[in-house]
Design a protein around this ligand. Sequence first.
Ligand code: FAD
Length: 438
Amino acid sequence: MIWARRSLAGWGRALRAETLAARPERAAQPARLLAGTDGPVCAAGALRSYGDAALNSGGRTIITTRLDRVLAFDPAGGVAEVEAGVTIGALISLFAPMGWMPAVAPGTGFATVGGCIANDVHGKNHHGAGSFGQHVESIELLGPDGAVRRVAAGEPLFAATVGGVGLTGMILSARLRLARCPARAMAVEERRMPDLDAFVDGFEASRHPFAVGWVDATATGREIGRGILEEADFAPPDAPVPRRGPRMRVPLDAPGFLLSGPVVRTFNRAWARRVPAGGRMRVRALESFLFPLDGIADWNRLYGRRGFHQFQCVLPHDAAEALHAMLAAIGGAGLASPLAVLKRLGPGRGGLLSFPMEGWTLAVDLPNRPEAVALIRRLNDMTLEAGGRIYLAKDSLAAPGHLAAMYPELDRFRSLADEADPAGRFVTDLARRLELRG
Ligand SMILES: Cc1cc2nc3c(=O)[nH]c(=O)nc-3n(C[C@H](O)[C@H](O)[C@H](O)COP(=O)(O)OP(=O)(O)OC[C@H]3O[C@@H](n4cnc5c(N)ncnc54)[C@H](O)[C@@H]3O)c2cc1C
């Protein structure tokens, strides 16, 4: 197994790490890689986290994408045992024809099972289905000493590993409880929301298993929070599945003016009107509903060479006013890209450092410029003041002081991580920056 010098970046391309990387192909190899070296190691999946969650500057990185086998499947109960590098998209392609799919899918099908457990990801059905880790029965975890142990849901180490951003060891495989997949198409109802109050009411009244909002983060004044609410359920099994268009690619780093304030404002205005005033119903292929951006390869190059940051927070359910203030700050700054998402989350969370809490989650992409960095720092402070938390999978700018108040189980996490990895061999740039191990 060869270690190669690599420059790796988070999905936002604003943070990079020079590292020695290896991509093992057999489940036994990661233990040998650990035994044959010393120094800090990090496990990485598809590097779809936006900031530095999967980066390890000056250390070693074990990339799991070739550990992508399905080890066992019980078609009656829908339980699958898979290696950590299997992607969510691959699970859908393989199991949907048999009537099963992952119970939770994030907004990209390229994320791996290991990455989804380590960030305890949520999907458009979080309000009903909870988070990814809540559908995991057990994992095989490689410790810093090279020993592999099976850790089952309910054990303290399991709660530290789900959402534990790779700091308790390397997940080699997982047993997942899949959910029924009655159709490969979704019936999606789209409605215009004139402002944030309408959005809040729309989410509150929604009875659909899937709900997500596109929000115009450039809007100001009375239009703050306007956007489009998408509510969805599976289409009838015999509904024809719309064909997905050919995959496009962004061939080069885009010039700065492409996402300048006036261009984005004009685009957003038109985008908000694509849905007729009375709303509309559409049938969409399952994957294009779940992973709307996956049809454009390398879309992160649209932000140019300097890349971008994503700010994502969750605010408690009763903090809609703080949400309004955040959207006002973002709209007033005139920096937002068209990519801004609003969702209502339920209480479900699988681990001690899991992101979800009952309330409102807002995600906004912002170009990597000094004004945007200052804005995100302000938004982080506003999140803290409102009793919310920021998402480690997206963060690249928070400070250690933010974390303890946002993640009240941080101390418990630290003591379990100390037991699992006393010398702190598993580490990332995110963990160093936010002092996650204390
Ligand atoms: C377009 C897009 C949409 C997204 N939408 C959502 C969304 O709706 N909801 C959501 O929750 N997230 C979302 N995300 C974030 C993404 O789902 C998470 O960042 C996810 O963790 C990425 O998986 P990955 O395989 O790329 O992991 P990486 O980014 O490579 O790693 C993530 C973390 O997991 C750790 N890790 C990876 N593999 C292992 C392993 N085998 N063992 C131990 N630790 C490991 C890494 O050290 C790191 O801390 C989105 C990302 C993109 C790009």
